[in-house]
Design a protein around this ligand. Structure first.
Ligand SMILES: Cc1cc2nc3c(=O)[nH]c(=O)nc-3n(C[C@H](O)[C@H](O)[C@H](O)COP(=O)(O)O)c2cc1C
Length: 386
């Protein structure tokens, strides 16, 4: 077996929990939960097929309250009634020592009144997302912001009771935590908005509430991660400098890792094309070794994973892990030639990928061109998702 860095175990220093290797599956919404967010057999089957090789598996995002639901088929962690299904999900993932982390969020303004069964979406301020078709949300009152912080805490308690090894707070991809941090979506004039420090107040309050809940309810070490997106393209919008300030604040909080959400792990600033700074390296410099860091984006081959592992702590494989559930096992068995880098539509059932999930993969990937499909035309690929 090649002595890859990414196959070596890594221990989260604050909790003493060890991931058996440094390959992670990042959160990927699979649209397979029931209409009320409870876990389905299809979901359990999908997770059990893809787990076991990687060191850590982060689930699809789960909403912490009902108004936080972003998509149909999304997992819910908003009610105690969700716990039995979530327990089965944690157990399905925890095979062969893989750590099971559940990602939690509120979608904020990135949803609609159809998904919310007639309710208006909520956000930091009444500003619609600058994308076609998005509704203007209702600004949360101060009391509702505080209740949302409590809802995150209650969700963390449910994750502990369900037997997960940790939670990841979804502060990325334009959802509510990011909406509070962003000067685009947060135009508040109270203590939750305005200055950079005030825009960090909600993310920090959620981190602190999560940590407090872990201290109170977990009877064994339990990880707390935070995922962020480094920039927004809008003006006003989050800049890399804003993010470095957020990182500096987060690193002082009781977190166990930082997860940087990007489509290219070696990406440079989107806002300033003359700036060739590698965003992940800038964030790593800011962290200064004080927190482990997960990078993601376009990593598929063992060579690409090794380059990332030589520079960062954990390496996440998104699209590639959908297509190749035995990636780690094939590397460990010196069988790299057998790693699959494209999917045949006839393999989707074997991979546990149901049609709505396939459609989601196509949508998230910018259409059929973003997903390597072999053996059939992209039109066939699209229609199979219906
Ligand atoms: C189908 C699909 C669903 C996703 N759902 C989530 C999600 O629930 N939460 C999240 O933070 N990111 C989500 N992502 C983003 C991935 O975690 C990852 O950052 C992205 O796919 C880039 O990594 P890759 O190039 O290795 O695929 C999703 C991506 C895909 C393809």
């Amino acid at each position: 077996m090649t002595a890859y860095e990414f196959l070596k175990p890594l221990t989260f220093p604050k909790k003493g929990i060890t991931a058996k290797n440094r390959i992670t599956i990042p959160p990927m919404t699979e649209q397979m939960a029931f209409h009320d967010g409870t876990v389905t057999q299809d979901e359990l089957h999908y997770y059990s097929l893809h787990t076991g090789g990687v060191g850590m598996y982060i689930t699809a995002v789960a909403n912490v309250n009902d108004l936080g639901k972003g998509f149909e088929g999304e997992l819910s962690i908003a009610h105690d009634e969700d716990i039995p299904g979530l327990t089965r999900l944690a157990n399905a993932i925890k095979q062969n020592g893989t750590l099971a982390i559940i990602q939690i969020f509120s979608a904020g303004r990135m949803t609609n009144s159809h998904v919310l069964r007639g309710h208006q979406p909520v956000s930091a301020s009444a500003v619609a997302a600058p994308r076609a078709g998005y509704e203007t949300p209702q600004a949360l009152s101060g009391a509702a912001v505080e209740q949302t912080v409590e809802d995150f805490g209650a969700a963390v308690r449910r994750a502990i009771l369900a037997g997960f090894d940790g939670v990841e707070l979804h502060g990325a991809n334009t959802y509510l935590l990011q909406q509070f941090f962003s000067p685009h979506s947060n135009r508040r004039t109270d203590e939750w908005g305005g200055s950079l420090e005030n825009r960090m107040r909600f993310p920090v309050a959620v981190v602190d509430k999560a940590a407090e809940t872990i201290a109170r309810y977990a009877d064994k070490p339990f990880l707390l991660g935070y995922r962020l997106s480094p920039e927004e393209v809008e003006t006003p919008g989050i800049t890399l400098n804003d993010t470095l300030a957020l990182v500096e604040t987060l690193v002082e909080r009781p977190l166990d890792y930082l997860h940087v959400s990007q489509n290219n792990a070696w990406g440079t600033p989107l806002r300033d094309h003359s700036d060739h700074t590698i965003i992940n390296q800038a964030i790593k410099r800011q962290l200064g070794g004080r927190l482990p860091m997960i990078v993601v984006g376009g990593i598929k081959t063992p060579a690409e994973a090794e380059k990332a592992a030589e520079n960062f702590d954990f390496v996440a494989l998104g699209h590639e892990s959908l297509i190749e559930p035995n990636w780690v096992e094939k590397v460990e068995a010196d069988n790299e030639d057998a790693i699959r880098y494209a999917v045949a539509l006839s393999d989707l059932t074997e991979l546990g990928i149901q049609p709505p999930f396939w459609q989601m993969i196509l949508n998230v990937s910018g259409g059929p061109a973003g997903v390597p499909v072999v053996g059939e035309t992209t039109n066939d690929a699209q229609s199979s998702g219906e």
